[in-house]
Design a protein around this ligand. Structure first.
Ligand code: CMC
Length: 392
């Protein structure tokens, strides 16, 4: 079988070459297609960033208009998907609902299963999933709260439409606050891609078997769900709430995180690649201050988060291990301030990460990468003879 190199968790193994996202963990640099995350967060919009990631270049005015129009045309989902939604219990976690609904697109668009279809048809799948994910995400929430679903409003931009589908009630007039829509747009940009993380690698490896875009993204959503990955944003707020309920003693939780006999970890801290700082966390921390003050929200957990960060960054345990706040540490505070419920935080991450998953899936397909199939080093029993059950 030849020599197999063992690298559990792929800490040092590159699985692909990629021209999408550049990341330097020592210097805290993140760029999409060569553009710095700081500049994109300040000047661009989420849909423009989606175009950049997927097609490789910033769009011209005409290209962008066409892209937006195509997405707008496809925001509606098949009425029968509502019946599938109705089958979920109201306490279903919205991430499970989202991944399931995304996977139903394989049933409503079976042509997406054909690995040999034309580039135009692949592009239609890309447009459809970008257009329909906000609808699914908002409907997963509506299922939870027992409200009727809202249909997309194609007169609105991507984020305002999502917010309306989330929050509008039939008996009330709803208009998204531009401060809220802008804050959401910025958060989605910051989450849009992060090279070969767990969910993106999942999308690529599922897609490498020539599975459809929809089933590959559905698998990515499930990978993102875990608390060590995207699920951390929900876990952070739960942790900050627990600290608050406990009287605000951050040191107690830091000590708990340091205790090797305790499985507790400081959520929103540490990163596989960033060993200096996470550039997204810096932008989000500033944005959290900004958005909360613009909205006049006073959230005591923001102060707890800052206190926790300060204390952890002084602690030799965190310093030696180069553990810094990551993207998930402050994002939940913004989501909460703009009215997103805690168990929807990871769904928001999925909405943001979607263009990255698509771009990586597309790149992998266009490069005609071989099927992903890691090796192993076997540590089980040597050959033995079968023993009849009554003799065991
Ligand atoms: N709290 C306490 N100790 C930690 C933490 C933490 N948050 N993160 C890492 N460590 C310790 C870990 O116990 C280990 O210590 P030792 O060397 O004594 O055994 C050392 O630091 C290295 O950690 P690791 O688990 O080997 O590092 P990793 O690269 O495998 O894991 C991580 C990276 C992000 C999974 C991890 O830092 C973690 O669990 N963080 C908390 C969850 C979190 O915030 N996840 C979001 C990640 S960023 C966005 C995303 O991916 O979605």
């Amino acid at each position: 079988t030849g020599l197999i190199t063992l690298d559990e968790g792929y800490k040092n193994t590159g699985a692909t070459t990629s021209g999408i996202t550049f990341l330097d963990g020592e210097e805290g640099i993140l760029r999409y297609r060569g553009y710095s995350i700081e500049e994109l967060a300040e000047k661009s919009t989420f849909l423009e960033v989606a175009y950049l990631l997927i097609y490789g270049e910033l769009p011209s005015v005409k290209e962008f208009e066409q892209f937006k129009n195509e997405i707008t045309v496809h925001t509606l989902v098949h009425e029968d998907i509502k019946k599938i939604l109705d089958g979920f219990p109201s306490n279903a976690h919205p991430m499970g609902v989202l991944s399931s609904l995304v996977c139903t697109l394989t049933a409503f668009y079976p042509e997406s299963l054909d690995p040999n279809r034309s580039a135009d048809k692949v592009n239609l799948s890309i447009i459809r999933i970008l257009a329909k994910m906000p609808t699914f995400a908002a409907w997963a929430y509506k299922n939870e709260v027992g409200h009727p679903v809202n249909y997309p409003d194609n007169s609105l931009d991507y984020c305002s439409n999502f917010l309306k589908m989330m929050f509008a009630l039939p008996a009330e007039k709803y208009e998204a606050d531009p401060v809220v829509a802008d804050a959401l747009d910025k958060l989605l940009i910051l989450h849009a891609d992060h090279e070969q993380n767990c969910s993106t690698s999942t999308v690529r490896i599922v897609g490498s078997s020539k599975a459809s875009l929809y089933s590959s993204v559905s698998a990515g959503i499930n990978a993102l769900w875990g608390p060590l990955h995207g699920g951390a944003n929900q876990a952070v707020i739960e942790m900050l709430e627990a600290i608050k309920a406990d009287g605000g003693n951050v040191q107690k939780f830091i000590d708990k995180a340091k205790d090797k006999n305790d499985p507790f970890r400081l959520m929103g801290f540490g990163h596989r690649v960033y060993k200096n700082f996470d550039p997204r966390a810096k932008i989000i921390k500033k944005a959290a201050d900004n958005v909360l003050s613009k909205l006049g929200v006073n959230d005591p957990v923001l102060e707890i988060a800052k206190g926790l960060e300060e204390a952890a960054l002084k602690d030799p345990y965190f310093v030696e291990r180069k553990l810094y706040p990551n993207v998930d540490f402050y994002s939940g505070i913004i989501y909460r301030a703009i009215g997103i419920p805690t168990d929807m935080f990871t769904v928001m991450f999925a909405l943001g990460r979607l263009p990255g998953w698509i771009a990586q899936w597309k790149e992998m397909r266009e490069k005609n990468e071989p099927i992903g199939r890691p090796r192993q080093i076997y540590t089980g029993s040597k050959i033995r003879s079968y023993v009849e059950m009554n003799k065991r």
